[in-house]
Design a binder for this molecule. Structure first.
Ligand SMILES: [Fe+2]
Length: 311
């Protein structure tokens, strides 16, 4: 079944584009592809852009662009959505130009996320260049990265019917962990290419539609230097360094100027569908990924400078 082949780009709406430019370019090492008063375009590879950040009050994800192989695949996907009764509209030439694609269809997933289905995301005229990175970002066949979205109480079978049944994603695994007494994190991870997941869904208390976007770097030293830059800049962390048991990503989580997070990682697992077995895991992290206040507390205890009542 031809379906989407990659998460091609994301569109965020942000109230402070200057902060976002500093965050994305100076701290994360992305390349500024272009900007005006209302839009930042950011590159992570040879493509014309991978993140679009437009001015607005949402401070959230406002669209996800999923690419298919070619225009025939786009037509087939449109037919499949229409046959399933899912409204899908042609985005038109103007939107296609803004997104840097040949053609664009617009639909909405069962959670309410705007989904853009595209063909022909353009290459940039110049090679990717970052003033910050020793290596580059890992994209290519695996697309721009991965994102974790909030299910907002929508039943899993409903959004799987869309992402698995219509768009052609495959289940990678699920993780169910009681993260606090009576609080269960239950996430499902989906792939559409060898990257372990391009999108994942979970229900958790969270103000935005997206929990995080994951940027993967090719050189592990770039995780360390980005970690240093974010610390030095005082950018708030959600979680310090750690590793996930399913995709093996070595990563940290830093908050964007909009409040949701970027996972900055290295070493993500690739899936071979011929041999992959879907599993349910019982923990989100092998080690690390601690909230910064927990790390600060433990360091203070170790240093003997903490006089609080911790046992
Ligand atoms: Fe992630």
């Amino acid at each position: 079944m031809p379906g989407v082949k990659e998460l091609a780009y994301v569109v965020y709406e942000a109230s402070d584009l200057a902060d976002w430019e500093h965050f994305a370019v100076d701290l994360l090492g992305m390349q500024l592809a272009g900007k005006d008063d209302d839009l930042l375009r950011l590159r992570t590879d040879a493509k014309v852009h991978r993140w679009l950040v437009r001015r607005g009050p949402a401070d959230d994800l406002v669209a996800s662009g999923y690419a298919v192989e070619d225009e025939a695949a786009l037509d087939a996907l449109a037919d499949r959505l229409a046959a399933a009764g899912v409204p899908v509209a042609d985005g038109g030439a103007s939107l296609a130009a803004t997104r840097g694609v040949d053609r664009i269809l617009v639909t909405t997933d069962p959670i309410g996320n705007r989904v853009e289905l595209v063909s022909g995301l353009a290459d940039a005229d110049t090679a990717f260049h970052s003033d910050r990175l020793l290596g580059g970002f890992v994209t290519g066949e695996g697309g721009a990265g991965h994102q974790v979205l909030i299910a907002k109480g929508v039943p899993r079978e409903d959004y799987l019917a869309f992402y698995q049944g219509l768009l052609g994603f495959r289940i990678s695994d699920t993780i169910v962990e009681e993260v606090a007494p009576g609080v269960v994190a239950d996430l499902i991870f989906l792939h559409c290419n060898p990257r372990h997941h391009s999108v994942a869904f979970g229900d958790m208390p969270h103000p935005a539609s997206t929990h995080h976007f994951m940027l993967e770097v090719a050189d592990i030293r770039d995780v360390g230097t980005a970690h240093d830059r974010c610390l030095e800049a005082g950018q708030p962390f959600e979680m310090t360094l750690g590793m996930h048991p399913n995709d093996h990503m070595f990563s940290f989580y830093v908050r964007t100027p909009s409040g949701f997070s970027v996972e900055y990682g290295w070493g993500g697992l690739l899936i071979d569908d011929a041999t992959w077995r879907v599993r349910t895991l019982d923990r989100l992290n092998n080690w690390g990924h601690l909230p910064p206040e927990v790390v600060a507390d433990r360091l203070a205890r170790a240093a003997g400078t903490d006089h609080g009542d911790h046992r």
